[in-house]
Design a binder for this molecule. Structure first.
Ligand code: NAD
Length: 491
């Protein structure tokens, strides 16, 4: 297991000698000590990334050459899939089956962007038809430069892949800072990139506190682009830092996503997707459909079935066979979620199930999956992201009311609708003010499709070809093609 900083192709100790403790959220035991970078380490990482970009020619390689490294990284991840998934469970707490899924997805992400890197070679320039035939013009795409990528703890390796793979494919070099709570698999990614022979400085992975190492990345003048996934308040700081130097910026922030279920929906399917939409990854999912709106004709029956199925979810250490809900990621997160449930109760909501620590768990940040009803529309539980396995249920009478309730949020990351009437489902999908809309499901995520939010849920799109655009500039090259003098000053 690597615990140092990966800078300029070498494993180095942090200049200040600082460390962060890594805790297993299922046992509350410290399992590792990792390096805590300070501004000096970040400066070294950014300078290494600058050299790799400006001098050593990473962006000058063909897309096909860069793709070879990306495919080798994908292979390296796959070769260690089970070991990395185990590390993710120890670090984050998620069930092993989910971690294995994430790791496979991360490998797939590197393969996907290898394909897009190759396509950059086939289509390097776009001719532009000009009205003036004395000129020809073309647009070319070029890498932005050094990308500073900062990621959260809920999908540690996958979020690293979502940023590193498109950035490297585009020809950018990267300084990546994983969340201080969950850095172990990002360090494994550095080891895999190193084994894949990635040139020094192209990918630098630095661990440490957000307020120190993260802040040093966003403040560094040598960084051209900031790519961030995390909370809204930190997203605002990142945008403000980007504004100072006009850095490019993309933000993937939080949400309070609605799921509208109509009266013609199949109850079992609706219940399963509602559960997947809020209990997967312990509800620590930015796109979690945490506000569920069910037509009044179905509401009571669906609620009873949801409570019954929720009570059956196997809770435990993510390494144990059959577990579908692990602990929350940290003591702080656990306490915040418990406090949010308590505040909901005080605001008048009913805790229909869950809301407490499961029996038999005296250690670990375990919480029973929770269903809230009667949640006031102006309460924090309805309005703010809880980021835990807590769903707010509510009934509606008409489609108009459902759409209005769904869109009454300052967030707009995702939304879901379930109905057997395809015309209605498409109509509601079109009415949602959200960047990701699911029909008859909630949460399936595909590397090929754009991902990102409206409103306060973020700026820009990750994944698919949109993810590559995040790391590319567009250059216009215009040529004067006639021998005739221009004749403005000199007649
Ligand atoms: P966070 O914003 O606290 O931390 C995210 C990252 O930012 C961490 O690496 C942290 O160290 C770093 N950071 C903190 N302060 C910083 C600073 N001043 N300068 C630079 N970096 C700093 O968020 P979190 O607690 O890790 O994650 C939970 C939040 O992230 C939730 O609100 C969730 O909705 C959101 N999230 C969004 C998405 C998405 O795709 N939209 C995905 C996952 C999580």
């Amino acid at each position: 297991m690597r615990t140092e900083l990966y800078i300029d192709g070498k494993w180095v100790k942090p200049v200040g000698g600082g460390t962060c403790l890594v805790t297993n959220p299922a046992t509350e035991e410290t399992i590792q000590t990792i390096a805590a970078a300070t501004a000096e380490d970040i400066d070294a990482a950014v300078k290494a990334a600058r050299r790799a970009f400006d001098r050593d020619g990473w962006p000058k390689l063909t897309g096909a050459e860069r793709a070879k490294y990306l495919r080798a990284i994908a292979e390296g991840i796959r070769a260690r899939q089970s070991e990395i998934a185990r590390l993710e469970v120890l670090d984050n707490g998620k069930p092993f089956s989910e971690a294995a899924w994430d790791v496979a997805d991360a490998a797939g992400c590197f393969d996907f962007y290898a394909g897009l890197a190759e396509q950059l070679d086939n289509n390097p320039e776009e001719p532009i038809a000009l009205a003036d035939d004395r000129f020809t013009s073309k647009a070319v795409r070029e890498a932005i430069g050094v990308a500073g990528a900062i990621i959260p703890w809920n999908y540690p390796l996958l979020m690293a892949a979502w940023k590193v793979a498109p950035a490297l494919a585009a020809g950018c070099t990267v300084v990546l800072k994983p969340a201080e709570l969950t850095s172990l698999t990002a360090l494994e990614l550095a080891a895999i990139a190193d084994e894949a022979g990635l040139p020094p400085g192209v990918l630098n992975i630095v661990t440490g506190a957000g307020s120190v190492a993260g802040q040093a990345i966003i403040d560094h003048k040598g960084v051209d682009k900031l790519a961030f996934t995390g909370s809204g308040p930190v997203g605002s700081k990142i945008m403000a830092a980007a504004a100072r130097d006009i850095k490019r910026v993309s933000l993937e922030l939080g949400g309070k996503s609605p799921f509208v279920v109509f009266e013609d929906a199949d109850i079992d399917q609706a219940v399963e997707w509602i559960m997947f939409g809020i209990f997967w990854n312990q509800g620590q999912v930015c796109s979690a459909t945490s506000r569920v709106l069910v037509h009044e004709a179905l509401y009571q029956r669906l609620l009873a079935r949801l409570i019954e199925e929720t009570g059956r979810i196997a809770i435990g250490n993510g390494l144990d066979e059959g577990v579908l809900l692990g602990p929350l990621v940290s003591k702080r997160q656990y306490e915040q979620v418990i406090a949010a449930i308590e505040a909901a109760r005080n605001a008048g909501a009913t805790v229909a199930c869950g809301g407490i620590r499961p029996e038999g768990f005296d250690k670990g940040y375990f919480l029973r999956p929770t269903v809230l009803t009667d949640v006031p529309l102006d309460s924090d539980a309805w309005v703010e992201e809880i980021f835990g396995p807590v769903v707010c249920m509510r009934s509606f009478k008409t489609e108009e009311e459902a759409i209005e309730l769904a869109n009454s949020s300052r967030f707009g990351l995702a939304a879901a609708v379930m109905s057997k009437d395809d015309v209605r489902a498409e109509r509601v999908a079109a009415a949602f003010r959200a960047g990701i809309v699911w029909i008859n499901c909630s949460q399936p995520t595909f590397t090929e499709a754009p991902w990102g939010g409206y409103k306060e849920s973020g700026i820009g799109r990750e994944l698919g070809r949109w993810g590559l655009d995040n790391y590319l500039e567009t250059k216009q090259i215009t040529k004067y093609v006639t021998d005739k003098p221009w004749g403005w000053y000199i007649k």
